[in-house]
Design a protein around this ligand. Sequence first.
Ligand code: SDX
Length: 418
Amino acid sequence: ERGLRVFDRGFLNTAVIQSSITYIDGDNGILRYRGYPIEQLASESSFLECAYLLIYGSLPTQAQLSLFDREVLLHGLMHADATGFFRSFRYDAHPMAILTSAFAYLGSYYGEANPSLQGQDLYTKCAKGDPVALQNMDRQIFRLIGKATTLAAMAYRVRQGREFVVPPTGMSYTESFLYQLDHLSPTDAFSTSSSSSATPYKPHPILARALDILFILHADHELNASSTTVLQAGSSLPDPYSVVAAGCASLYGPLHGGANEAVIRMLVSIGSPENVPAFLAAVKRREKVLSGFGHRVYKTSDPRSFIIRKVADEVFTVTGPDPLLATAMALHDEALKDDYFVSRKLAPNVDFWSGLIYRAMGFPMDFFPVLFVVPRVVGWLAHWRQMMLSPDGVKIWRPRQIYVGPPERPFVLLNERE
Ligand code: SDX
């Protein structure tokens, strides 16, 4: 066996790449995109500016942003051919299952003869600096970022039996997404008027900005489980659509992007602030999980959770406070005082408050992870592009294992086994 292998369960302490995209300091609660603090990006920039920053490494000039905006939106308008694909799902299919499949479908739809050859072809030419191939890579990136909103909106509307809508140009990325959703929430807070009425659709400015900030906060997070999945899949050089579909599948789980949905289910099951102590006792007996708490890297608070908490208050000024807010605040305050959680360095993460915002906006619970995928497609593509253009070239990710199975033994014929 070549050399001593270190067994590092779940990559607890293994660095597999060098990256210049995102920096996290888990002990001090620091998050930066290409060196810019997340707090400044959340208050001063737009999601599309952050998308450009994460992918290309610098804040865009106005000209660069306008061109990027136009490319992403124009590539994003879904070709109607996908209608049959979306209509093939059951009425109650989970939107994450639809979206995961839709990204792979897109690969076959836009991929050339063989999407995986397309990945190999794209890589070999980009590695040589072929300008046409680099332009082709950019076009795939524009298309995937744009289509993330269109596919998500189609997954949302197909379950309501509603037609798909194509947004007019001239809207921001987030406004265009809201238009495609044309999301008539119970409080109807999303749009001052529906897109079907005479007056032009305009999402509520506070809610549109809140969603844009949430998209900024969810855009990237270093090598989380789904970004690792993207690079693991991408290292064998399939097309970028299949790579994004792999990331989507990983984010789906309740330990990762599915946590925002799990938090609401948890709060509903607790029911009221009075039941919080009994719930926390069950968590300590390991009968329940405190969703929205804990993080592999942050051993102090997740800096995003503070920003999201403020966004929640702003959203509630429009939608009215969510009935679950009192239970969430009681759970938050009790857990942070309880030595079981403090000793394990468990604090609220990005998912603890975000579900309350989405719920207040009227989104169905199972759509919450989709609202995590849409911005995270940017982070996945930033990492994928960084790997594809790496000066060291792409090496397939093939980790080793520690074998603990039986030693060599002779085969036993079927009729001799008891
Ligand atoms: C995201 O990686 C990223 O960057 C992800 C993300 C991103 O932007 O991409 O930040 C987004 O996925 C946030 C995390 C969302 N998930 C949840 O909220 C689910 C609940 N959290 C846990 O499942 C857990 O905290 C993880 C999965 C987030 C982290 O798990 P780790 O790093 O493997 O930690 P661990 O399981 O080893 O926990 C250490 C201890 C254990 O206790 P002991 O066995 O040592 O006694 O803390 C306990 C765990 O049992 N623990 C919890 C807990 N999380 C950890 N106990 C109760 N409730 C929890 N939530």
